[in-house]
Design a binder for this molecule. Structure first.
Ligand code: BGC
Length: 774
């Protein structure tokens, strides 16, 4: 752990300059607007250790796959989210010496991420090597209201000398990724135009021909008066900007504004870039920094209105949940169905910025319940649009007849993960995609989605499972061989319970949805069956046979569901008995030792119990939770949240709280000492789930919202918002009762602690707590 940040309700605050934390802070203080994101790199030159990151949604690079031994079926490339043109750059030079905090004596340093209004602010006082002291305040944001615009205000005061001062705003396209497999550069210049008024740079990726365009303008004030300074152009390959010179007296104050426009060929015709960029800057300049910031803050206010969670009595938990909501909301806005949520969002290079099963299994509920149905639908449509590629992907692996295997990692629908045990074997991701459709329809009631898009995906997924199993004569059952479950600390296992269970569920759900669409949307059903040659009678009877005769491993002695066949052959050791010096296992043990051990990376059997809780009685959940949690090292950020929800379900509130804190402050306190690589964006959605589904006990059953809340002893009260169909509700849970306020929408039926109530429009329902749960 490395808890160096101050606790605060609405802000993340770093005080004091510790270069060892630079990369971590660059991740934590990242800003974004759904269309792009920016690590908290400094505007001015910095020669210390840093990971430069400016990322544009949907723009990626197919970096050549690098593996030790090539296997047939491997994808050719690993998609990388790429660091693109540096638009924040503002170099400062004093008497010929560049301002560089790595080389200055930093007297005061404070960095604040204001989550309420969505900006990043840095204040510092420093002395350079010639003894010139200055103080600075730098504030920037990437507009949520105008998603192709960013703005920076750089204020600076010279404290003790008369100096020759130079400020140089620029665009630098000569940037690299640290994780480039062969040290390759990804960008080429297309067009450059340096001018004192407006500089512009268009670059394109060396493969796939993505074009991105950046343009900038500025305004400069000295002691409150606008000035036109003497200037030089900065105009070289991949680099455009200008240098502005001033003679400053001790005590002079410089106020500098940089406006940037950022666009890509995903949204604009390549030939139109200069025109579009100029129009964007015209508009930005005409509004001005203060107005742009106001519109941006108002947009944030709107987001908080329907997504905020308050926690009374626990500042660390309060700050953490807002940080999670803030980061999720600035990573994905649902405005563009081609985009998705990478495990690191726009905060680092790791995981390639691509889409994983994390989206369906973890992120969907957060976006659906706080940002609404249309945002959630975009996430489903993303996969619908990739169906053709998922079918091709399955074909490459030998599957036929329209079977689809969605990729483990993707940018455009193609698989781009290249470890065989994951690419070929971690097939449970297919089930999560089907489950998301079910989850969406259960919550929103949008059954039309099934007829228009859902059924086609479900049939293709069901076809995959039907071909992936085989009948074992020895067992007299269907089996699924050579898989990796969610617990990636086991590879190539036979009959992973979760995968087998999920496959059967998919077969059943696809059958039910086919029947529903046939009965209720006959025309669409007929068109679809003709398009994909779906022979319902034949295929469904095969699906039923598989479901009814699937093998599920169980420990006959204890009745525990077995993660996979042979799990009990492993030496059974509990995590509590592991010497802490061995943790984290993935950094301390060889891979083969991990594979042979009983230790579990993340929820596996328990992931199934989380998804399908109604299919298990409480005693079964409790027994399996106690068994598996004790063997789980939670070395995936996705792990603690699912365990927290289940712990709350079985009434183990202390455990639920312990795991909640671990997921909520994972990045802020750097539990795994890796936040420098970027934030764990997708697991942040799990943090939100831990509160709403875990402590709040919120579920949807038979088209009705149900609440069965608990409250951790450390909290006085907590509240969360829920967009459910036509309503927006605010739920407040205290030690004594739960209050539900119907903020928007008509009267709504609710089930609270198992009793049915009707909550009138604008009314509040207060129900006294019933003790315990479980
Ligand atoms: C987890 C996967 C997850 C991936 C990206 C891995 O460490 O084991 O389940 O999809 O990270 O978050």
């Amino acid at each position: 752990m490395n808890p160096y940040l101050k606790h605060d309700e609405w802000c993340i605050i770093e005080e004091g300059f510790n270069p060892a934390n630079t990369r971590a802070s660059e991740s934590i203080f990242s800003i974004g607007n759904g269309a792009m994101g920016q690590r908290a790199n400094f505007e001015e030159q910095f020669s210390g250790d840093t990971l430069q990151g400016s990322y544009i949604g949907g723009v990626y690079y197919p970096d050549k796959t690098r593996v030790g031994w090539w296997k047939n079926g491997y994808p050719e490339y690993f998609a990388k989210v790429i660091n693109s043109t540096n638009w924040i750059g503002i170099d400062i030079d004093i008497n010929g010496e560049p301002l560089d905090l790595a080389k200055c004596k930093v007297e005061e340093f404070r960095r604040v991420l204001n989550m309420k209004e969505g900006f990043l602010e840095r204040t510092f006082t420093c002395e350079n090597s010639s003894g010139v002291r200055l103080e600075a305040n730098v504030k920037r944001f990437l507009s949520i209201a105008n998603p192709e615009v960013g703005a920076i205000r750089y204020n600076l005061k010279i404290l003790n000398a008369d100096v020759k001062f130079c400020i140089a705003p620029y665009l630098d396209g000569d940037v690299q990724n640290e994780d480039s497999n062969y040290g390759e550069k990804f960008w080429d210049e297309v067009e450059r135009h340096a001018d004192v008024n407006q500089s512009l740079l268009v670059t394109k990726t060396r493969k796939l021909d993505f074009h991105v365009g950046h343009a900038m303008r500025y305004s400069l004030y000295l002691n409150g008066q606008k000035v036109v300074a003497e200037s030089n152009l900065l105009d070289k390959h991949m680099y455009a900007g200008c240098k502005l010179f001033l003679n400053l007296k001790s005590g002079d104050e410089v106020e500098f504004y940089k406006y940037a426009a950022v666009i890509s060929s995903l949204n604009h015709e390549k030939g139109m870039f200069p025109k579009v960029l100029t129009q964007l800057l015209d508009l930005a300049i005409s509004k001005g920094y203060t107005q742009l910031l106001k519109e941006h803050s108002e947009a944030w206010n709107e987001i908080w209105n329907h997504s905020d969670i308050t926690i009374e009595g626990d500042l660390a938990a309060q700050q953490a949940i807002r940080f999670n909501i803030f980061q999720l909301s600035q990573t994905y806005t649902g405005k563009d169905e081609r985009l998705n949520i990478g495990p690191k969002g726009f905060t680092g290079e790791k995981y390639g910025g691509s889409t994983y099963w994390d989206t369906e299994a973890y992120c969907l509920p957060f976006y659906m319940i706080t940002h609404g149905q249309s945002v959630a639908r975009q996430l489903l449509l993303y996969r619908y649009k990739h169906l053709g590629k998922a079918i091709e992907n399955a074909q490459k692996l030998g599957f036929t007849d329209g079977a689809a295997l969605y990729p483990m990692v993707t940018m455009n629908g193609e698989e781009c993960h290249n470890e065989w045990e994951i690419t070929f074997e971690e097939i449970h991701r297919n089930g999560a995609i089907a489950f998301a459709i079910y989850n969406y329809v259960r919550y929103t009631g949008d059954k039309n989605y099934l007829a228009n898009f859902g059924l086609e995906v479900l049939i293709a997924i069901a076809r995959f499972w039907a071909q992936r199993v085989n009948f074992s004569d020895e067992k007299g059952k269907y089996v699924m061989l050579g898989v990796t479950g969610p617990n990636e600390y086991e590879n190539n296992v036979n009959n992973n319970w979760y995968t087998n269970y999920l496959a059967c569920w998919c077969l059943e759900y696809a059958q039910k949805v086919a029947e529903y669409v046939k009965e209720n949307h006959a025309e669409k059903y007929n068109a679809l069956t003709a398009k994909i040659s779906f022979n319902r009678t034949q295929e469904v009877s095969k699906w039923r046979d598989i479901r009814e005769n699937m093998f599920f491993p169980v420990d006959t002695k204890t009745g525990i569901i077995l993660q996979q066949e042979g799990y009990m052959d492993k030496e059974q050791i509990l995590v509590k008995d592991l010497d802490p010096k061995h943790r984290p296992l993935n950094q301390k043990w060889s891979w083969d030792r991990i594979l042979r051990s009983c230790f579990i990376k993340q929820a596996d059997v328990l992931q199934g119990m989380y998804f399908f809780e109604d299919n298990f009685d409480l005693e079964t959940i409790r027994k399996n939770f106690d068994f598996y949690e004790a063997r789980t090292v939670h070395e995936s950020s996705l792990s603690p949240c699912v365990h927290s929800v289940l712990a709350a379900k079985i009434g183990n509130i202390e455990k639920a709280y312990e795991l909640y804190l671990r997921t909520a402050r994972l990045d802020l306190d750097d539990y795994n000492r890796e936040v420098r690589e970027g934030l764990h964006i997708t697991s942040m959605a799990g943090t939100w789930i831990s509160i709403v589904e875990g402590f709040g006990g919120m579920r949807v059953k038979d088209n009705m919202l149900c609440f069965n809340p608990l409250i951790p002893t450390q909290w006085k009260s907590y509240s969360f918002k829920v967009c459910f169909r036509e309503n927006i509700l605010k739920v407040i849970v205290s030690k004594d009762d739960i209050a539900v306020i119907n903020e928007e929408g008509p009267a709504i039926p609710l089930l609270v602690f198992g009793d049915k109530h009707t909550l009138a429009a604008k009314a509040t329902l207060t129900v006294e707590r019933k003790s315990g749960r479980g």
